[in-house]
Write a protein that binds this ligand. Structure first.
Ligand SMILES: Cc1cc2nc3c(=O)[nH]c(=O)nc-3n(C[C@H](O)[C@H](O)[C@H](O)COP(=O)(O)OP(=O)(O)OC[C@H]3O[C@@H](n4cnc5c(N)ncnc54)[C@H](O)[C@@H]3O)c2cc1C
Length: 213
């Protein structure tokens, strides 16, 4: 989305906007870029079968359509990063705010960077993992996870939270940011807290559907 040249819009990586579409439909989308000097906002939009706003994005939208937006919104953004083991769990387009946060970290001073960064990104199939996450930031661990992979997939299988816990991570200094499906976030929080992560060190943004809000 291109903002008007005079717009004064600031956001913190991880936040989202509400886009107001045709007939006043309002849907939330995370901002996927961290820098918008060119006044462009990057959104990652999933096509939901039968979805009202999906219908607009994938069947009706044209370049130069005028849309209203409201934001920035939300408190899903990075807190302290120094000396911590940062873990991102994402499913589907939940990678969008993670990309924004990773890009912002690539720009921060070396002494402000976390001790380690691990990103687990889950989708059902290979085509759900639509982004080259390795390209975003150097020196971090990226684990793509597929829950219904083809036979030739040699990477991690199952759900991101299970793959993380199966690796028996040291959670002493970990801070976890989880974004995507409600089911993943709920399960990840329960399981990580059981494994010793203080619940104050689990931040999340659930992409609950409009009907569930
Ligand atoms: C804080 C926040 C951030 C979000 N960020 C993004 C984002 O970056 N990218 C993105 O693609 N979406 C994001 N979403 C979800 C988005 O706002 C819409 O809910 C979603 O795109 C569906 O809108 P729709 O109008 O196409 O479908 P609707 O008309 O709202 O729904 C149609 C039907 O599909 C079901 N449905 C809706 N969403 C899903 C789903 N995810 N999985 C399965 N069934 C579903 C509904 O229950 C309903 O039955 C976010 C939501 C929140 C709350």
């Amino acid at each position: 989305m291109r903002l008007p040249p005079t717009a004064d819009f600031q956001f913190v990586p991880g936040q989202y906007i509400d886009v107001i579409g045709p007939n006043g439909i309002r849907r939330s989308y995370s901002l996927a870029n961290s820098s918008f000097a060119d006044k462009v906002l990057e959104l990652h939009i999933r096509a939901v079968e039968g979805g009202a706003m999906s219908d607009y994005w994938f069947k009706q939208a044209k370049p130069n359509d005028l849309l209203r937006l409201n934001g920035p919104l939300g408190t899903f953004f990075l807190r302290e990063t120094v000396d911590i083991d940062l873990v991102f769990l994402a499913t589907g387009t939940g990678i969008a705010p993670v990309k924004s946060m990773l890009e912002s970290m690539a720009q921060c001073q070396f002494d402000q960077r976390p001790r380690s960064i691990t990103v687990l990104w889950g989708g059902r199939h290979a085509q759900d993992l639509y982004l080259d996450v390795d390209e975003i930031i150097g020196e971090f661990s990226y684990i793509p996870v597929q829950s219904r992979p083809a036979n030739d997939w040699t990477g991690a299988r199952g759900y991101v939270q299970d793959v993380l816990l199966d690796a028996k991570p040291d959670l002493t200094n970990a801070v976890v940011y989880a974004c995507g499906s409600d089911a993943m976030i709920h399960s990840a929080k329960v399981r990580l807290v059981e494994a010793g992560l203080p619940d104050k060190r689990f931040y999340s943004d659930a992409f609950v559907s409009s009907g569930a809000k």
